[in-house]
Design a protein around this ligand. Structure first.
Ligand SMILES: NC(=O)c1ccc[n+]([C@@H]2O[C@H](COP(=O)([O-])OP(=O)(O)OC[C@H]3O[C@@H](n4cnc5c(N)ncnc54)[C@H](O)[C@@H]3O)[C@@H](O)[C@H]2O)c1
Length: 304
């Protein structure tokens, strides 16, 4: 398949990443079939696409898009709870939670639903692409397409070839990423690729310094913004990513590499098991993030 043949994009998982990916694809003129497990989640995803913090209404308010264009973008997105609606998609992007066995199960079901030519891309943050590809027959048409959060804003797409990904699939993915207004950069198929290894060390280190009492959460965020010009601090970034996702990533990277620097510190685990999964605006059912946990005294002992 060539990039000109791609008309319909399937997005599986309409959470933090999936809704943003669907928004970008629809904005660039693609028909999008957006799948999740419940109508309620899909409704929330559509609301975020329309009026969320990075949604279309913001573009309309800034005069970058007309109301009519926003409506056209929305009309290109078909929400559904049935994977059978993915039969005709040309390019499929999977964005279900960061759990290798769940992703493999989803891919193996999709393998028998989607047409033979459909390319399968995983938005995994760092699970080996060659491993995920083992769940499908179309191993040559399987690739890593790692987007960043918030998807409508961040410009990089990390492209990762599995051991059996064909040159044709790689070229198609790179060209599609460019058509979606992103900059694709290739990284090697190792756990965490480049970006997740790098960011995971940095974020886990911020938690460790907080736990050691070197500085508080608010202070660490402020220092990073004021000293290094980061647009947001490490704790704000973790809230945006999702704390459960961060925990999964750290556990996976440690299990695969046995390198201590990836180990999730205990306070991250305490938040997740207490229902604090990150930003309530984008993370349904979350009790909030690091700052909300502080308000109820969650970080008391660490703050000294
Ligand atoms: N959150 C981030 O900042 C970020 C950034 C880059 C990549 N990623 C990766 O993107 C993927 C998704 O992460 P997320 O943060 O969007 O997670 P999320 O938990 O916000 O969303 C996942 C969605 O998948 C849905 N889902 C679960 N099982 C499903 C199934 N069988 N079929 C269809 N939908 C199903 C869930 O209901 C949920 O809505 C993960 O692999 C994550 O590592 C996340």
């Amino acid at each position: 398949m060539r990039v000109d043949d791609v008309r319909i994009v399937g997005v599986v998982g309409a959470g933090v990443m999936g809704h943003g990916i669907a928004q970008v694809c629809a904005r660039r003129g693609y028909e999008v079939v957006l799948v999740d497990v419940s109508a309620e989640i899909l409704e929330k995803a559509l609301k975020l696409i329309r009026s969320g913090p990075f949604g279309l209404d913001k573009l309309v308010q800034k005069g970058k898009m007309s109301e009519k264009e926003a409506e056209e973008v929305m009309s290109r997105i078909k929400p559904t709870t049935s994977i059978l609606d993915l039969k005709e998609v040309d390019f499929l992007i999977e964005a279900v939670p960061e759990d290798a066995s769940l992703k493999k199960k989803v891919f193996s079901e999709l393998d028998s639903v989607c047409k033979e030519e459909t390319v399968f891309a995983s938005n995994t943050s760092g699970i080996l692409i060659s491993d995920l590809a083992s769940s499908v027959k179309r191993k040559d048409k399987f690739i890593g397409m790692h987007w960043f959060n918030p998807a409508p804003v961040m410009r990089l797409i990390e492209v990762v070839r599995g051991a059996l990904t064909s040159d044709e699939t790689f070229k198609l993915t790179v060209e599609l990423a460019e058509r979606l207004g992103k900059t694709p950069i290739e990284a090697m198929d190792v756990p965490g690729f480049f970006t997740t290894r790098f960011i995971c060390c940095w974020l886990m280190e911020a938690i460790r310094l907080f736990e050691a009492g070197v500085a508080g959460i608010r202070e660490i965020d402020e220092m990073c913004k004021l000293a290094f010009g980061f647009p947001m601090g490490p704790f704000e970034l973790m809230d945006l990513i999702g704390l459960d996702t961060m925990l999964h990533i750290g556990e996976y990277l440690y299990a695969e590499t046995r390198e201590e620097r990836y180990t999730p510190p205990i306070s991250l685990k305490r938040l997740v098991v207490s229902g604090y999964l990150g930003d309530r605006r984008t993370k349904p059912g979350s009790m909030g993030g690091w700052y909300d946990f502080l308000k109820v005294g969650g970080g008391r002992r660490n703050e000294g």
